[in-house]
Write a protein that binds this ligand. Sequence first.
Ligand code: 5RP
Length: 236
Amino acid sequence: MPVPRAPRLACAVAGGQTVGVSTEREKGLAAAAAAELVESGMAVGLGTGSTVARLLPVLARRRLALRCVATSPATERAALALGLPVEPFGELARLDIAIDGADQIAPDGWLVKGGGGAHTREKIVAAAAARFVVIADSTKPVPALGPPVPLELLRFGLPATLRRLAPVSLREAPPSPDGGVIADYAGAFDDPAALAARLAATPGVIGHGLFEPALVSDVIIGRPGGAEHRTLRASH
Ligand code: 5RP
C-alpha cells in the first residue's frame, strides 16, 4: 500500500506575487496529459501512488480497449473498480506504455521512486514498456537526487544486509506483495549511477528506487499554467 502523505502546497511566483498552488491540481494536469498518450489496443503498465490515482479515472473515461498490468494491489483494486481490465503480469512480455509517478526527478532524468514501496514491481513494468512516462507535480523536479532511496530487502539475513547497507532504516510498512521488507537508504550521495550499482550488487537487496534515465521516455510535470512535457528518449 502506498504510504499516505499529506497534500502539499507548491509556491509559484507569478507577476511578482507568491501564490499557493495545489499540487493535487498539478497531479491531475500531468495525469490527464499522460492519459492522452494511451491508444486503443495498447498494453499499459499502471504505476502506484497519488498521481497515478488521478490517471486511472481519466483513462477509464476514455473507454479504450486496453490490456493493463498494475504495479501494486492498491492500483489493481482502483483500476478494476473503475472498469479498467487488469491482468497478472504473467502473460505479457512487453508493454506499449507505462505511466507512473516519482518522488524525485533530476534534470538528467534519474529518478527516485518507491515512496509507496512498490519500486521493484514499478521498475520491472517500466523496463518492459516501450515508453515509460513519468507524471508528477511541480514539487518533484530537484536539482540533484538525495536520500532517502527506497529499498526492498529479502527477509533472510536481514540484519546482515542492514549492516552492509548502513545508514539504512526499516520503514514502518507492510511487506511488499512479494514478501520483501521495505527500507530506506539514508546516506548522502552525488553519483546516482555509483549508488545504484552498489545497491544492486549488495546481497539481500531485491530492488532499489533509483531509476536510470535510460528507462525514462517522457516526463510530464503539472505546473500552475498547465502540463510541461519533456521527451527524454523515443519509444523503443
Ligand atoms: C510508489 C512510487 C510513487 O510513484 C511515488 O512515490 C510518487 O507517488 P505520488 O504520486 O503519490 O507522489 O514510486 O512506490
